[in-house]
Design a protein around this ligand. Structure first.
Ligand code: FRU
Length: 513
């Protein structure tokens, strides 16, 4: 795809007059100058890294985390992400900005938000974008560490006339600090309109350190009133689900209200919750007057190793889209760190509901990236391991439809070297009725196994996207997903298919990307 251009060079910035709120010009901002100088010096190192991705969004340099401000505005898709170009030296995050006509070809725009004001000295934290009667508006959290080293949090807005340059509201912040009973971990505004009023969900924690999402409302995005707690961890029903809830999204999907959020502090429970921090959802009905959601069980959204802080957005076609961060906070053990960059976003997914469960599938537009189709039909694998001509590589889409009568285990081995010392396993065990992703021998840094129950229906479909160091897996047309990073050697490109204890029939489609 190659559409992700680098940050502006220092010269370009000197010649550009980006105006900020309060009359501060970016070009006079020392921080910005440093950011840009540092990043252009590092370009060569970053871009020489084999693990750079071909069709995923990643930072031009430095650290990427949450997707922010995902919106289709005047036909174009805009996406922002938390970005720290000076990583690991500095922790002040900015909002990087990309846009796309089709969700797969992205181009980089000037960084949209930098910490330039008193209410955001330690980072422009996560938030969202809305179309406010034609005004492109960002709503985000200003993070401050005050003179005593204590955190302060401010909800802020910024607007743009051209979809590129954002001016901070002169009377920011629009919400100062958390209401009584909650700590200053109070952030990640996600705003939507319902019956003519604006609503905002915010992640926070009670003073007793229980995760909560609060609901606010406003007529004009400027004056906000707290309504109540949409949901919180302090209930038996949720088994005291974590000490902090981050990055909430509240949306309607096929008639149901869904609260998607990231609880921190949830203990592993069998195959569930095995990452350091979690991401999942509650489904039910939101009472807007009370600000309360009635809900059923908490469901983990993705079953891979790296998935966090997703953001959803409804596009002009009415599709509910989702993009996530393919990373986990405080997990920085990656071979890319030495080359001064870390993390990426997932591909964009479309959501729908089946039996009250969120299904995720790659957006239709991902097909635009397909080249060189290879197809096999009715391949029989009888207690053996096979390899197929042309099915080989480190950057591809693969669709496999398996069917069987009697078999114990079957699967795919990806990114294998010739001796199979290096391999990434994705297999199904029909007795356990589990799909298993094993990256113990995948390569550098990351190891471990993730398992997920899938009922044995004597057929299983797997669609997966490999992109150098990222692997996104969609099981049974979105019933489950696994998002993960792996770091194999450049020449580990073999793909094998196998069956043990029986026979499987397999249809395959493969495209290079
Ligand atoms: C989640 C998060 C958010 C915060 C942002 C800061 O990864 O901690 O809660 O706004 O990252 O970068």
């Amino acid at each position: 795809m190659g559409a992700i251009s680098l940050l502006l060079t220092l010269d370009e910035v000197e010649n550009k007059q980006f105006e900020f709120g309060g009359g501060i010009m970016i070009k006079n901002n020392e921080l910005t100058k440093n950011l840009i100088k540092t990043s252009s010096e590092l370009n060569e190192k970053v871009n020489g890294d084999y693990y750079r991705l071909k069709y995923h969004l990643m930072p031009s340099v430095g650290f990427l985390n949450d997707p922010n401000g995902f919106i289709q505005f005047n036909g174009e898709y805009h996406l922002f992400y938390q970005f720290n170009p000076l990583y690991p030296k500095d922790k002040r995050v900015c909002w990087a900005h990309v846009k796309s006509p089709d969700l797969v070809h992205w181009s980089m725009l000037p960084t949209a938000l930098y910490p330039s004001e008193w209410y955001e000295t330690h980072g422009c934290y996560s938030g969202c974008a809305v179309n406010n009667n034609g005004e492109f508006t960002l709503i985000y959290t200003g993070n401050v560490k005050n003179k005593l080293g204590k955190r302060e949090t401010y909800q802020c807005i910024a607007q743009s006339n051209d979809g590129e340059n954002f001016v901070k509201y002169k009377n920011n912040p629009v919400i100062s600090n958390a209401p009584e009973g909650y700590t200053t971990h109070f952030r990640d505004p996600k705003v939507w309109k319902h019956d003519g009023l604006w609503y905002m969900s915010l992640g926070t924690q009670t003073e007793k350190e229980e995760g909560v999402v609060l609901l606010y409302s406003s007529q004009d995005l400027l004056v906000w009133n707290k309504i109540g707690e949409i949901a919180g961890a302090n209930t038996k029903k949720l088994n005291y689900l974590g000490y902090m809830w981050e990055c909430p999204n509240l949306f309607k999907l096929d008639g149901k209200d869904i609260l998607l959020f990231c609880p921190q502090g949830v203990e592993p429970n069998g195959d569930l919750y095995n990452n350091r921090y979690q991401c999942g959802y509650l489904l039910g009905k939101l009472n807007y007057k009370m600000g309360k959601l009635s809900y059923g069980d908490f469901t983990e959204l993705d079953r891979g190793f790296e998935f966090y802080a997703p953001q959803v957005s409804r596009d002009e076609k009415g599709r509910l889209l989702l993009v996530g961060w393919m990373g986990i906070p405080e997990e920085e053990d990656s071979p890319t760190v030495k080359n001064n960059w870390l993390h990426c976003l997932t591909i964009v997914r479309e959501l729908h509901l089946e039996n009250d469960k969120i299904y995720q599938n790659p957006v239709e537009e991902m097909k635009l990236l397909r080249t060189n189709e290879t197809k096999y039909e009715n391949v029989v694998i009888n207690n053996e391991q096979i390899r197929l001509n042309n099915i080989y590589g480190d950057c591809f889409e693969l669709v496999c439809d398996f069917s069987w009568e009697n078999v114990l285990e079957f699967g795919i081995k990806l990114r294998c070297d010739d001796e199979e010392k290096q391999k990434t396993l994705l297999y199904y065990n029909t007795k356990e009725e589990k799909i298993i992703l094993d990256r113990c021998k995948s390569g550098l840094s990351k190891t471990g196994v993730r398992k997920c129950k899938i009922v044995n229906r004597k057929k299983l479909s797997i669609r997966l996207f490999m992109d150098k160091s990222s692997l996104e897996i969609f099981i049974n047309k979105g019933e489950e997903t696994f998002s993960s990073r792996i770091y194999p050697k450049e020449d580990s490109k073999n793909i094998f298919f196998y069956a043990q204890g029986g026979i499987v029939n397999l249809n395959i489609k493969y495209w290079n990307i």
